[in-house]
Design a protein around this ligand. Structure first.
Ligand SMILES: Nc1nc2c(ncn2[C@@H]2O[C@H](COP(=O)(O)OP(=O)(O)OP(=O)(O)O)[C@@H](O)[C@H]2O)c(=O)[nH]1
Ligand SMILES: [Mg+2]
Length: 347
């Protein structure tokens, strides 16, 4: 869609890539520059992508006919988007020229019945590889036109920005920071003579148009602006990939272990996250149902809390016999031995 040259055997997308995509509104002829967010399709990324979904966007769910819609998890992706953003508009796209005879096609009616036509706008077939003779990429034009049509109807489309507001947007885009505190952001706005009230309105709009991530309605989360989604997705992946939590403590993790995962001296500097961010990350994971705080004796402070990471819970039920024989288990990240000297829930 970006008219980039064809690349044979393109490497898989790690995390999220953001690049501009230019489309033209078929009705008015106006050019629209979209913030194109490319979400890596691999399983490990699935839980964190939803942190970045927002409603005023056009979603493409892409599948490969040779593997079939099942393999591409078309329904799961639509579900994931729709659960977070009930107003989302989605286009479903088959690559490789669409299904050939004897390849599984997608069940359009089933998807429309399930999600509604206001969610699933339409189905498309594209061949991204340019034709050897004509250099045409079949179906791409029609897809871009449909994207432009949906985009043109989005609430923030065509909004004019005062010069000072635009200056802040550009500063945020060009800056090296992966994140800013709300305070730092307000200071940037002050430099442009933007008062706090306007600054908050601008922030809301920036979130809606996909410039950054900001959860204004959450007491803990509203203190930070995420400018580089990969930075945040990587932090969360350190927890979701933690083998110790998966195998030794069966999904239970203490705040101190989270602290070590997020500030591991063995990782390169750019993959270490200051302690002040850790409660914010935990809150984010809770907000998106990636983790649940377990009920401690009394309301424990976050520093003393233990969380259950849903993804890391074994899919096999633990044996009741062991749990009964071993009631006082230690889920502390340091020591995986419980009072009886046995590893928790392990034979
Ligand atoms: N011939 C042909 N090849 C395609 C088409 N779309 C993708 N490919 C090839 O299929 C492979 C995977 O395509 P990608 O676009 O990287 O797939 P992706 O969905 O981004 O994969 P992840 O980044 O892992 O999520 C690459 O080698 C592409 O060149 C298409 O329409 N036609
Ligand atoms: Mg990719």
């Amino acid at each position: 869609m970006r008219n980039d040259p064809w690349e044979e055997g393109r490497p898989t997308t790690h995390g999220i890539e953001i690049k501009p995509v230019l489309v033209t509104c078929p009705e008015t002829g106006a050019g629209i520059t979209l913030n194109g967010w490319d979400f890596g399709g691999q399983r490990v990324y699935r839980p964190t992508h939803q942190l970045f979904f927002s409603a005023p966007a056009v979603y493409l769910v892409i599948w490969k006919p040779r593997e079939g819609p099942q393999q591409g998890f078309v329904t799961e992706w639509i579900d994931l988007v729709k659960r977070r953003e009930p107003e989302a508009r989605i286009l479903v796209v088959a690559t490789h020229g669409g299904p050939k005879a004897r390849q599984p096609d997608i069940d359009r009616q089933e998807l429309w019945d399930r999600f509604g036509k206001e969610t699933i706008i339409d189905f498309f077939q594209v061949e991204s590889k340019p034709d050897a003779k004509t250099q045409e990429r079949r179906g791409i034009g029609a897809l871009k036109e449909a994207i432009a049509q949906v985009a043109a109807g989005l609430p923030e489309m065509g909004r004019a920005f005062p010069e000072q507001w635009q200056a802040v947007r550009e500063r945020l885009r060009a800056g090296p920071e992966a994140w800013l505190s709300l305070k730092q952001y307000l200071a940037l706005c002050r430099e442009q003579d933007i008062g706090p009230e306007d600054a908050r309105l601008l922030l809301r709009i920036c979130h809606r148009v996909g410039d950054l991530i900001h959860y204004e309605h959450d007491r803990t989360l509203r203190d930070i602006l995420v400018l580089k989604p990969d930075w945040l997705a990587t932090a969360i992946s350190f927890v979701l990939d933690d083998e110790h939590t998966r195998r030794k403590t069966h999904g239970l993790v203490g705040f101190d272990r989270l602290g070590r995962l997020w500030h591991d001296p063995e990782r390169p500097e750019e993959n270490r996250y200051p302690a002040s961010l850790h409660p914010i990350f935990l809150r984010l994971m809770e907000r998106f149902d990636l983790s649940y705080r377990i009920a401690d004796a009394g309301e424990a402070a976050v520093e003393a809390s233990t969380s259950l990471i849903a993804q890391l819970v074994s899919d096999v039920r633990p044996e009741e016999r062991l749990a009964a024989a071993c009631p006082t288990v230690c889920f502390d990240g340091h020591a995986s031995l419980c009072a009886c000297g046995r590893e928790p829930w392990l034979a």
